[in-house]
Design a binder for this molecule. Sequence first.
Ligand code: MLT
Length: 223
Amino acid sequence: MIDVLFLPERISQQEVCVVIDVLRATSTIVTALANGAKCVIPARTVAQAKRMKVGNVLICGERGGVKPNGFDLGNSPTEYFGVRGKEIVLTTTNGTKAISMINAQVIYAACFLNLRQIVKRLSGHMDVTLICSGQDGKVAYEDALCAGAIVHELGRDELTDAAKMAKELWEIHEKGDLLGALLRAEHAQELIKYGFSEDVSFCAQKDLYDTVPIFSKDRFVAE
Ligand code: MLT
């Protein structure tokens, strides 16, 4: 059975979960690992991230969309092209919070940038829960769209109602332009207002990377 949670909730005892935060946390995680970061360690708070700053570590993320004082990098995926060999500690408002709520045997991070590879990995698993991070407790269009794209590409018959809804949302946009679809998202409009329109365009690229982040102990590494 394929299920979609449009908002994160505490889940446990799941076999395979996929966390999605297209704008921008999972796009950042995928980009960092694709560009040679050793790992991405989610942190819940800014203070916790600051305590983890040692040696090879970059502390990164956002609050209110912008880089907190004293951080090395913000949450724009395009800031992560020069991170080879670095350990990234990442704290974001919704994405890393969603990750902290999941207890599963396998957790992957997905976005449009790694869509094809995520679908390949999932094809070996019967039961999969796709978890959308949302935005401040509200359903986020872009996450539901990406979940729908995954469901569509998986081509399974056993879908929950939520998975069917996400799939049908994707199928409205499937043949059109992905950036145009992402621009319907409230969060995309907020990012543009704060000067991050390039991030929205970057995150609207399908299959840019083959990297599949998998959660191991306390961190994402490239599988
Ligand atoms: C989040 O995790 O809340 C998002 O990634 C916010 C953002 O766009 O930076």
